[in-house]
Design a protein. Structure first.
Length: 218
């Protein structure tokens, strides 16, 4: 007699293993206020709980955001940026909401929260749609926090806000064409490749270059 590969319940009916049983590695519990989302990520294989808080950045975050931007440019394009120029650019945006908004993900480690990642949105008016596209830019997650839901928390926060607004017609982003990992991630969360290609005239290209690699994050 051939035995079933599925377990039986007390009633004698077979119980097929649920996908959740095999992949229940992440459980998210979300509580939202007007500007902050708390995600508690419980990983079944890890002995700790990761608490991620998403908030709008302020000018006190300028140094870490500038450092993240420099690291991102080096990791994705091997491009060295001028630290002071980047810091000034970040501060200018943080002091002028019309330019855009940075969001940071904080993870509690010990007594003090640590900024684990960031995401920037800027705005493009679409007269075809009578609404704004929010451009997602400057996405970076510190290496020690990758694969732990930080980017997903940042994206979900922005996506939820955008969907709730009548003046936002969609989300857009651009990426380095050779970044296969980023491409997979963006496709998995619902972005589609468009038929548009990007051209630019960068008047500051030489000014942004520096002779030294970014200082590693402590």
């Amino acid at each position: 007699m051939r035995r079933s590969r599925y377990a039986h319940t007390e009633s004698g009916r077979q119980r097929r293993p649920r996908m959740a049983d095999a992949h229940r590695s992440l459980v998210c519990q979300c509580s939202e206020s007007r500007r902050v989302r708390l995600l508690i990520l419980r990983h079944s294989l890890l002995p700790f709980v990761i608490r991620i808080t998403i908030r709008a950045a302020d000018v006190s975050d300028a140094d870490i955001i500038a450092q993240f931007n420099s690291c991102m440019a080096w990791e994705t394009e091997e491009r060295r940026l001028d630290t002071e120029c980047v810091r000034a650019g970040v501060r200018a945006l943080l002091l002028d909401a019309a330019k855009g908004t940075y969001y940071v993900a904080e993870v509690v480690e010990g007594a003090e929260p640590v900024i684990a990642g960031q995401l920037l949105i800027t705005y493009e008016w679409s007269d075809w749609r009578n609404g704004n596209f929010w451009w997602i830019q400057s996405v970076y997650v510190a290496k020690e926090f990758r694969g732990k839901g930080v980017f997903r928390a940042l994206f979900n926060h922005v996506h939820t806000m955008a969907k709730a607004r009548n003046d936002v017609c969609g989300l857009r982003l651009y990426m380095d064409a050779h970044n296969a990992g980023a491409r997979r991630t963006y496709e998995q969360i619902g972005f589609e490749l468009t038929s548009y290609e990007m051209f630019e005239m960068d008047f500051t290209r030489k000014l942004l270059s520096s002779s030294t690699a970014p200082i590693p994050i402590a």
